[in-house]
Ligand binder design. Structure first.
Ligand SMILES: [Zn+2]
Length: 95
C-alpha cells in the first residue's frame, strides 16, 4: 500500500536544516536534485546545515572596534601591538 499513490506525485524529499540559533527549516527537494550544503535560515538569515549538532557558524560581522577591545583585554606580550593599534586609530580619528 502507498506505493501506487507515491508514484502519482513528483517524488520530493523534505530535508531538515538547522541554523546556529536552533531554527529548523524543511525545504523540499526533488529526489534527483542536488542537495545544498548550506540553506539560509528563513527566520534569522543565518546559514543552516543538515547536521543539527554542529550547524554552520554565523556570519562574522564584528566591527574593528571589537577586535581592538579584545586586544586591549589580553594585556600580554601584545600590549605593544595594542598601543600601536590605538595610536593608529587616534590618527584616523576613530577614538
Ligand atoms: Zn535561524
Amino acid at each position: 500500500m502507498g506505493e501506487a499513490e507515491r508514484g502519482e506525485s513528483a517524488p520530493r524529499a523534505r530535508i531538515s536544516f538547522w541554523c546556529s540559533n536552533g531554527h529548523e527549516t524543511q525545504p523540499s527537494f526533488a529526489h534527483d536534485a542536488q542537495l545544498p550544503d548550506i540553506w539560509d535560515c528563513p527566520r534569522c538569515g543565518f546559514p543552516a546545515g543538515q547536521d543539527k549538532d554542529s550547524p554552520p557558524d554565523p556570519p562574522r560581522t564584528e566591527p574593528y572596534k571589537t577586535h581592538l577591545a579584545y586586544v586591549r583585554e589580553r594585556r600580554s606580550d601584545e600590549d605593544g601591538e595594542a598601543i600601536l593599534a590605538e595610536a593608529l586609530a587616534k590618527l584616523r580619528g576613530e577614538i
